[in-house]
Design a protein around this ligand. Structure first.
Ligand SMILES: Cc1cc2nc3c(=O)[nH]c(=O)nc-3n(C[C@H](O)[C@H](O)[C@H](O)COP(=O)(O)OP(=O)(O)OC[C@H]3O[C@@H](n4cnc5c(N)ncnc54)[C@H](O)[C@@H]3O)c2cc1C
Length: 525
């Protein structure tokens, strides 16, 4: 496990930090640039409330990533309290249930990026987890297909995949005829293809339900729905706070370090007039997807001077379901060669591709449609009303699709669902690749900290609780989710509980999350 941590840390050095707002305003000077959201949690609406309860880990957000993290924490430390709060009445109501459900092999992203490392590791963990927990999945395989000019790109992709080490996705270059032997519906203009055999599909709902069950089965961990986090403050350790166990369990940790997190629980969970609670969490995981900048922005005034608000951009992906001719024989996922801008890793989308669900139904998408926040500092869920797929995009989609599946008919396409990607950079910058971002904040000495801290600020004096914020967890976030859970758990072991763990390793071997990954997966990431 140690090797795992070291490799991940090394890779952080080369990560690109999102542009500060000043650069963003230059970009938005262009006509088509979408407007970002710069909002915060509604802190000013809620007076500070001293904590009534204390927990070891508080995960905010019940999407697949928050669930994978909470599950990893509760398996690893069954004796510690791990709570997950989700604002909706049920888990997985946002991006985690509005995606393609593809288990990506990890073909496209730069070698040293989190996206590659967590995807290739997460892919193998996912197959293993699905088998062990009866989560429906299928290793369908995938073909990336292109016309005359695509050979160089596909060879480069093949070479890139082969360079990725132990968990390299196996790939093979095929001629157009070889590709048509596998997928007879492909058109005659397809001259080259790349076959990826370890790509698959998974039922994201069953996966999330399984993770939720695991969390709830542990007596010290719980998923709490209809509960919205509305305010976060660093806890001042000298504050008077009852330590009696009747006020909640905090394992063996009585340090009083951490974050005071206020929540509102109501029927819709959406920060209406509900019951307000306050708890002290030693570790907070901010895994709030499309809202992940809000908590950080609400702490800005307490951070070092000049820190700029974290901007979130929203890129909608529309799906179209399809019934009709031209896809009868399709068995694999089909992706056209991506729309490239500059280098091999700065694609803006993977093109309008064909995916299958576990019942064999065909859908196309997602496409890319940038949304603008109507007001930069409020209307945080403005995107909710855009969740319907757009009918007017069908013709454009159809044009894209018929480049590789010429017999698909426009009349067979119907608008289906849509999902929104949480983007940290707008389109059209110097480069359009942005890695997953993991930001680390300590509850002590916030004044000395910056927003974009990719490393735990261990140089700062004293203890303090830890907050890890996950930003820009777009695709391949579903595939990577179990590996993200594992990695975040390792960071917490190192930065928060490390010493305690090494002195008192848990006796219940079966509770160790390290076992999920199966042989070899831990050599990676
Ligand atoms: C169109 C599209 C297609 C995709 N296709 C794939 C794919 O095929 N394969 C793949 O690997 N990945 C894919 N992804 C990416 C994947 O879906 C995401 O990376 C993943 O679902 C992110 O999970 P999450 O838990 O971070 O976020 P979410 O699912 O958005 O969960 C965040 C949760 O936080 C909750 N929350 C927010 N604020 C608060 C608050 N204040 N208090 C309490 N709760 C709060 C929200 O209600 C939400 O449930 C796709 C994404 C999109 C948009």
């Amino acid at each position: 496990m140690e090797g795992t941590l070291i490799k991940m840390e090394e890779s952080r050095g080369g990560l690109k930090t999102p542009p500060p707002i000043s650069r963003y305003s230059l970009i938005t000077g262009r006509q088509a640039a979408p407007k970002p959201l710069l909002a915060s949690l509604p802190t000013s609406k809620y007076a500070y409330k001293p904590p009534e309860l204390s927990v070891d880990h508080l995960v905010i957000g019940g999407g697949v990533v928050g669930l994978a993290i909470a599950s990893a924490l509760s398996r690893r430390w069954p004796e510690k309290t791990t709570y997950l709060v989700e604002r909706h009445p049920h888990i997985g109501q946002e991006t985690s249930s509005r995606n393609s459900e593809v288990i990506h092999a990890g073909l496209y992203y730069p070698k040293d990026s989190f996206k590659t490392k967590l995807c290739v590791k997460g892919r193998e963990m996912m197959y293993e987890y699905c088998k062990e927990n009866q989560v429906p999945f299928k290793m369908t395989g995938k073909l990336v297909v292109g016309g005359k000019g695509s050979r160089a790109y596909l060879e480069k992709l093949d070479h890139h995949c082969k360079s990725l080490g132990t968990l390299s996705p196996p790939t093979k270059i095929l001629s157009g005829d070889e590709a048509r032997e596998l997928e007879p519906d492909l058109g005659p203009e397809i001259e080259w293809a790349l076959l990826s055999e370890r790509t698959g599909i998974v039922s994201s709902h069953d996966l999330m339900a399984s993770l939720e069950r695991e969390i709830d089965e542990n007596q010290s961990s719980e998923v709490v729905c209809s509960t919205s986090v509305v305010r976060i403050d660093p806890h001042m350790p000298d504050d008077v706070f009852p330590t009696s166990s009747s006020h909640g369990k905090r394992g063996r940790d009585q340090s009083q370090e951490g974050w005071v997190v206020q929540t509102v629980t109501s029927n819709d969970g959406l920060e209406t007039d509900g019951q307000s609670d306050s708890l002290l969490a030693r570790v907070v995981i901010n895994s709030t997807g499309l809202n992940a900048n809000l908590a950080l922005n609400s702490l800005l005034k307490q951070m070092s001077d000049g820190e700029e608000a974290v901007a979130m951009y929203y890129s909608k992906g529309n799906y179209a379901s399809y019934k009709g001719e031209g896809v009868k024989n399709v068995k694999r996922l089909l992706y056209p060669v991506p729309d490239m801008k500059g280098d091999a890793h700065s694609h803006t989308s993977l093109g309008t591709h064909l995916t299958l669900d576990l019942n064999g139904n065909v859908k196309f998408g997602p496409d890319t449609q940038w949304l603008s926040a109507p007001d930069p500092t409020s209307s945080i869920d403005f995107w909710e009303e855009k969740l319907v797929a757009n009918e007017e995009r069908l013709e454009e989609m159809h044009r894209d699709i018929t480049r590789y599946l010429p017999n698909v008919r426009l009349e067979g396409l119907s608008p289906d669902y849509a999902g929104i990607r949480p983007k940290l950079i707008p389109p059209g910058g110097d480069k359009s690749f942005m890695d997953f971002q993991f930001l680390f904040h300590k509850s002590r000495e916030l004044k000395l900290q910056k927003v974009w801290q990719n490393l735990y600020p261990s140089h700062l004096e004293g203890g303090g609780g830890l907050m890890i914020s996950l930003l820009g967890i777009e695709s391949p976030g579903l595939t990577s989710s179990l590996a993200i859970g594992e990695t975040v758990k390792n960071w917490i072991a190192r930065d928060v509980w490390g010493d305690e763990y090494h002195k008192n390793p848990p006796k219940n071997k079966g509770a160790l999350n390290e076992e999920i990954g199966g042989g070899g997966a831990d050599d990676w990431a």
